[in-house]
Design a protein around this ligand. Structure first.
Ligand SMILES: *Cc1c(COP(=O)(O)O)cnc(C)c1O
Length: 425
């Protein structure tokens, strides 16, 4: 098997003689067949092939195959956004009347999706702190629990998930662990190696890496045995009357059932389909992901170490720094480095934080992270403003928290910019 650097560049696509070197953009909504019978086989999932781009498109599938290889999974799909990926991943196993355990420091958008929107759909969530005790984690499970959800590195709290501990707890209750691996990317962590069953991504972040296309991905490890827990997951283990009576786990096995069901049911009905153009842009980003991640981490470490020495800064939070509460977890799960994102507080609280932000010249204020260009955000007044103080607390976001996403520029220039912005508070 190829190393991940090679998969980034060449995975998912092997052109034949005279075929395009770069992946073709198949800009077509529909696909032609000579007979109705041939198309019927596709609808019955008796043959694989394309008929309508809402469900599947060759360009999107090529890029999904690369991400699948990068994560070491057995099947994958792209979605139109990270939000769609997380919604599909959870809704594929949990429905009205079910329950899910989620770690509380997850991304604000995902928290809202779970705690507000999916709750309205009748799915109940229990949130646990990433560093909760084993007893607290155990107590969060109910007889109707269908999944456990967490982020490898939480955005923006930067808590590191103890993937093995959460996977063990999930498996003890016969349910899968779903891990959002957006911030770490498979370059820095491959959650399947630690027992995660399903991985999701907002490809909008490091994978795209250039702020050009919103997107998401879901990858299946192929490890979870749905048939061994058939009563818990009737959607996978009993015939789907809405799809020609197929029983996904029987017909596609552990390796293919989850993604086939998510495509045939959820993509069909919700249509959160990425465009082939966006998939093409995502692939360009993936080709340099391994090079960029190393630089993002190197720059973030340099900036974090500088911030630690500046006495106008009240605290610095970066998992790779010794003394960080998750330093040991980061060493175990993220030995190559965590990510380019740092959080810190400026002395003088909220007002000083806002002044600091407007003093920056090189670092732009953006609702974005994980971009080649350095950007900066004050979550309490923007992305997390819908949260109450106690919810903010649970998500590990204090009112003075500044989230700095280090790009791939010169670390020296970044430090100079931060220094001059601190001086002018
Ligand atoms: C950004 C983000 C999302 C949402 O992704 P979109 O592509 O913006 O829909 C989900 N999870 C994490 C960890 C994120 O950083």
């Amino acid at each position: 098997m190829s190393k991940i650097e090679t998969i980034c560049v060449q995975g998912g696509y092997t052109p034949g003689n005279g075929e395009p070197r770069q992946i073709p953009i198949v800009q077509s909504t529909t696909f032609k067949y000579a007979t109705g019978g041939e198309m019927a086989k596709l609808f019955d999932l008796e043959a694989s092939g394309y008929f309508y781009s809402r469900l599947q498109n060759p360009t999107c599938d090529t890029v999904a195959a690369k991400i699948c290889e990068m994560e070491g999974g057995t099947a994958a799909m792209l979605t139109s956004s990270g939000q769609a990926a997380n919604f599909f991943a959870v809704f594929n196993v949990a429905t009205c009347g079910d329950h899910v355990v989620a770690e509380s420091s997850i991304y604000g958008g995902t928290f809202n999706l779970f705690a507000v929107t999916m709750k309205k759909m009748g799915i109940d969530f229990t949130f646990v702190a990433p560093d909760c005790s084993d007893d607290e984690l155990e107590a969060a499970f109910k007889p109707n629990t269908k999944a456990v959800f967490g982020e490898t590195i939480a955005n923006p709290a930067l808590r590191v998930l103890d993937i093995e501990r959460f996977a063990d707890a999930a498996h003890a209750h016969g349910v899968p662990l779903i891990v959002d691996n957006t911030f770490a990317t498979p370059i820095n962590c491959r959650p399947f190696e630690f027992g995660a069953d399903i991985v999701t991504h907002s490809t909008t972040k490091y994978m795209d890496g250039h702020g050009s296309a919103v997107g998401g991905a879901i990858v299946d490890s192929g490890h979870f045995d749905w048939m061994a827990h058939r009563d818990k997951f009737p959607g996978l283990t009993t015939p789907d009357d809405s799809y020609h009576g197929i029983t996904y786990a029987e017909k596609f096995g552990k390796e293919g059932a989850f993604i086939t069901k998510a495509t045939a049911q959820l993509m069909r009905d919700f249509g959160s389909t990425p465009s082939p153009q966006s998939a093409y842009l995502l692939n360009l980003g993936l080709e340099s992901l391994h090079v960029r991640m190393a630089r993002h981490c190197e720059n973030a470490r340099a900036v974090a170490e500088y911030l630690k020495t500046d006495d106008r800064v009240s605290w610095v939070f970066y998992p790779d720094l010794e003394g960080n509460p998750d330093y040991e977890l980061a060493k175990k799960y993220l030995p190559k480095g965590s990510c380019g994102v740092i959080s810190f507080g400026v002395k003088g609280g909220r007002a000083a934080a806002e002044k600091f932000m407007s003093n920056l010249r090189l670092c732009a204020i953006e609702t974005h992270v994980a971009d080649a260009r350095t950007c900066c955000l004050h979550p309490a007044s923007t992305t997390h403003r819908q949260m109450s103080d106690s919810e903010l607390e649970a998500a590990g976001v204090s009112p003075d928290l500044i989230r700095l996403s280090c790009g791939i520029e010169s670390a020296e220039d970044l430090i100079d910019d931060v220094k001059q912005a601190l001086e002018r508070i």
